[in-house]
Ligand binder design. Sequence first.
Ligand code: SF4
Ligand code: SF4
Length: 289
Amino acid sequence: METAIISGKGGTGKSSVAAAFATLAKEVVVADCDVDAANLYILFQPKNPDFQAFTGSREAVVDVVVCDGCGLCVEYCRFDALSMANGHVTVSGVFCDGCGLCARVCPHNAIVMKENKESVLCSADFRYGQLVYGRLAPGEENSGKLVSLVRERARQNARDRKINTVIIDGPPGIGCPVIASITGVDQVVIVTEPSMSGMLDLKRIWSLCKSFGLPTWVLINKYDLHSAQSEEIETFCTVNGIRFAGKLSFDSIIVDAMVHCKTVAEWVPGADIVTEIKTAYNKIFQRGR
Ligand code: SF4
Ligand code: SF4
C-alpha cells in the first residue's frame, strides 16, 4: 500500500510525521520525493547507497575556437542566456533553458548541448527497510520526472523485498512534483497547520487530491497553537467528507529528535506527542488496508 504524505505549503512538519510513521511501520520502503530539498537521508543515515546519475536538463556550450562571433545565437535565444562581449559569446547556465535552438541556428556548429548529470537517484538500506530519494542539483529541472523515478524504484524495492508499506514524503505545494508524488497512490495524508495560509493551502491541495479521486486524510500539526483555526479545519473536513486523522500538539522534542538524527517516536517513545502520532497512524494505516 502506497501512502503519500503531502502538505499544501512548506514548514507544516510533513517530513517529521512521515519519518515517525516509518518508525511505527517498522518494515517499510520510504520514498523521499521532495527532490528539491530531500532531507530524510540526513535523518535516517542510510547504508550501502546505490547512486544513479539523473539527467535533468541540458545546457549550451560554445566552442570559442570555432565561433566567429556572428551573434546569430544571441539574437535567437529567447531566454537571454547568451551575451556577446568583445566578439565572444558567453552562456549563462542560470538562464539557459536547454532548448537547443542556438545549436541549431549556429552556421558553424560551434554550439553543443551538454547534459547536466549532477542530480542523483539513490536507493539505500536504513534501519526500517529501504530509503529511496532523489537530489536535484541547483537550477536543474524535470523534478517531476525524478520524482517518478524515485517512486518507480521504491515500488521495485518493495516488490523485491516483499514489503507491503510504502511511505512517500512528498514535496510541498501543488505543482508537477506533487502531482508525480500522488498519482496512483492508495491514499494521501495532508499535513496542515492551524493558520490562515494553512487553511488556504489545505483547500488547494485537497482540490487536487479530489480531482484525482484519491482517498484523502487530513492531519493537523501543532493544533494547539491556534485552537479556533484547528476547529475550522475540522469543520471543513466534516462538511466535505474528508477523513480526519487527528490533531498533533506542538512539542519542541520533535526538533530535539531531529537534531539527534532520530524520529520523535525513537527519541521519546513515551511522549504524549508520540501517542497522538500513533493514534493517527493506526487510523490511517489500518483503515487504509
Ligand atoms: S539552449 Fe536555448 S536557452 Fe540555452 S542558450 Fe541556447 S537558445 Fe538560449
Ligand atoms: S551563432 Fe555560432 S558562430 Fe555565431 S556567435 Fe553564436 S556560436 Fe558563434
